[in-house]
Design a protein around this ligand. Structure first.
Ligand SMILES: [Zn+2]
Length: 122
């Protein structure tokens, strides 16, 4: 018989069923794990998670990312303008560095009243 998705010829005992469709093995796993192109951070995080087992994630950081991480680990928490001053970069640049580290599960934001602090995740 033929795979209902890609049309490849498949043996009766190699048929997989997905929501009523009879498909080949390749198509079955494609359907089970659709590529998530809409969320690059999800795949980035998954990739990092896999790498973390074998290597230190900190080795991948840029100098500025390490500086921000060190700063926050030394002080406990910082405001955006403090971080920007300490790193010698504009505030939007500091925010960009923070966002990257946030997506890597290293830093998080913390709100107190109207003030946002950046602090370490661990
Ligand atoms: Zn197929």
């Amino acid at each position: 018989m033929k795979c209902e998705k890609c049309g490849a010829e498949i043996e009766e005992d190699e048929v997989f069923e997905f929501r009523g469709m009879k498909v080949c093995e390749d198509c079955y796993f494609d359907l089970m794990n659709p590529p998530r192109t809409c969320d690059p951070w999800a795949s980035y995080a998954a990739q990092k998670e896999a790498e973390r087992k074998g290597q230190d994630i900190l080795a991948d950081l840029s100098d500025e990312q390490k500086k921000l991480l060190d700063l926050i680990r030394n002080r406990g928490r910082v405001k955006k303008e403090e971080a920007a001053n300490a790193l010698g970069v504009p505030e939007d640049e500091a925010e960009r560095i923070f966002t990257t580290l946030h997506h890597m599960d290293l830093l998080k934001g913390q709100q107190e009243g109207n003030v946002i602090y950046w602090t370490s995740m661990h």
